[in-house]
Write a protein that binds this ligand. Structure first.
Ligand code: ADP
Ligand code: MG
Length: 477
């Protein structure tokens, strides 16, 4: 049976009257459950809010592949943590990139500045993203898009979407399917790890500081995690880089104070894009936090471990073995999720990559060291960039990756003020991982839930915040 045949049947998908009715039910259910976003016009006030964009129906996902993505997550957590503790590896992996990419170079400089200062509590909240590559025999295989080690979002709202899809399916007369939608609570899972780090820091008065953006459309996603922390009587505050610049200080023990609050944990929901650093003061604020005794999520080396260049280097023969010398099964499990990743460093290997990309640009994605969606390069644009940079060091700012080709599934994307129409859709599965290390001891290492995002196949790139993808749920088949 094809995946499509196990999804939402045509008699529902094509029934215009029913679809309109279901869309109304779905939007109200989303508002009731708290699947919310502020509007573009009023991104810093909660007077007027709307539903976060989401699919009308959940999307079929093969059970075996889904379970595989959960099973590999704790290994990815370990891998990221090990990389963050290996300055020689980071230096070597990023050497060519930081020569030409100013943003990565700037982060790397902070990393080197604080290298000798040591840290005792490490908190990682990451999300590994995949697409299901369609094989010739119709089966699908789990292939990683990237791992996000900073500001991985939508764990909060993803905790609220399962009940929305359950209700839609029930109204559509699909009770059995509605029961196949999994519970999911990354908000609680993320908060559990933050709480652990906060406890280890060991001061009841100290707060968890969410370092937030200027414009806060996605505040409700973060509020879900805040709410889980308050349930545990852990105080949270929301501050911007500017607040840290103006009021932040370290005492003689390097305790961090911002606006008079002692900060136990800095949870970065900002700081991953060059535009986030509007001035030298912003960089100073990052360095101040990095220097402090507060637990950073992520710390600078974990941030660097999530770069696309590191991802490419990990795919080289023997590199995973460096981190898991006696665990061939773990290596195998992680490597099974890699697709082709190719260096663009200056030299014969990089030249080969360029020739390969120019010969068949549609088979690849060209990626700079950027996060947040909308930065990747596709199709003929790849040729333009690589021909422009050929032979010179500029090309080392990028990596090349095989394009993953998931099967398209029809769905309706519900987004404020968008017409209700059927779309050919591609999905991306994210898995949240959390870990806490105290000195040398890993005291927590968990898989904390999932996130399915779906976009129209017209778009090459993705991202919910970028306005392309929408929230979804897997319907295991
Ligand atoms: P970002 O850090 O901007 O999120 P990603 O690596 O996640 O960068 O890429 C952004 C989007 O581009 C993804 O969500 C996905 O839709 C698309 N994409 C990225 N890499 C691939 C790939 N190898 N194959 C197919 N699509 C990809
Ligand atoms: Mg991404």
């Amino acid at each position: 049976l094809s995946i499509m045949a196990q999804g939402i049947p045509d008699e529902i998908m094509m029934d215009g009257v029913l679809i309109e009715d279901l869309a109304d039910v779905a939007k109200d259910a989303a508002l009731l459950q708290g699947v919310l976003m502020r509007t573009q016009e009023s991104s810093n006030l909660s007077e007027l809010v709307t539903y976060a964009p989401f699919t009308l129906f959940p999307t079929p996902v093969p059970k075996a592949v889904f379970l595989q993505s959960l099973a590999v997550q704790t290994h990815y957590n370990t891998l990221v943590d090990k990389i963050s503790q290996d300055p020689d590896f980071l230096q070597e992996a990023l050497a060519s990139t930081i020569e030409v990419d100013d943003f990565t170079a700037r982060l790397f400089r902070i990393h080197q500045q604080i290298l000798k200062e040591g840290r005792s509590i490490t908190l990682g909240l990451n999300r590994s993203d995949y697409m299901l590559d369609q094989e010739e025999d119709g089966s699908s295989s789990l292939k990683q898009i990237e791992i996000n080690t900073i500001a991985a979002s939508f764990g909060g709202l993803a905790s609220r979407t399962p009940d929305v899809h359950r209700q839609v399916l029930k109204v559509a007369g699909k009770l059995e399917e509605s029961q196949r939608i999994l519970d999911n609570n990354p908000a609680e899972g993320l908060a559990r790890a933050v709480a652990k780090a906060w406890e280890l820091y060991g001061s009841e008065r100290a707060a968890v500081m969410f370092l937030v953006e200027e414009s806060q459309r996605n505040i409700f996603d973060q509020r879900c995690v805040e709410s889980e922390l308050w349930k545990r009587n852990i105080p949270t505050i929301r501050k911007r880089f500017d607040d840290v610049s103006r009021t932040g200080s370290l005492d003689q023990d390097k305790k961090l104070f911002v606006d008079g609050h002692e900060v136990a944990v800095v949870y970065f929901r900002n700081g991953y894009m060059p535009q986030n650093y509007i001035s030298e003061q912003t960089w100073d604020a990052r360095l101040l936090m990095e220097r402090s005794l507060a637990v950073k999520c992520p710390d600078i080396s974990t941030h660097l471990a999530g770069t696309k260049k590191v991802q490419q280097v990990l795919a080289r023969p023997g590199v995973l073995e460096r981190f898991f010398p006696d665990q061939p099964r773990v290596v195998e499990q992680i490597r099974a999720t890699f697709t082709g990743l190719y260096t663009l460093d200056v030299g014969p290997e990089g030249d080969k990559t360029v020739a390969m990309a120019l010969a068949a640009p549609d088979r690849f994605v060209l990626k700079p060291q950027r996060e947040g969606g909308g930065n990747n390069i596709y199709g003929s644009e790849i040729c333009r960039v690589l021909q422009g940079a050929n032979g010179n060091t500029d090309r080392a700012a990028y990596i090349l990756m095989d394009k993953i080709r998931p099967a398209a599934v029809q769905n309706y994307l519900l987004r404020r003020d968008s017409p209700l129409k059927i779309s050919n859709c591609l999905s991306e599965l994210g898995v949240f991982g959390t870990y806490v290390r105290h000195g040398k001891d890993v005291v927590m290492n968990e898989c904390a839930g999932h996130l399915l995002r779906t976009k129209s196949s017209e778009h090459s790139d993705g991202g919910v915040a970028a306005g392309v993808a929408v929230l979804d749920n897997p319907l295991l088949v």
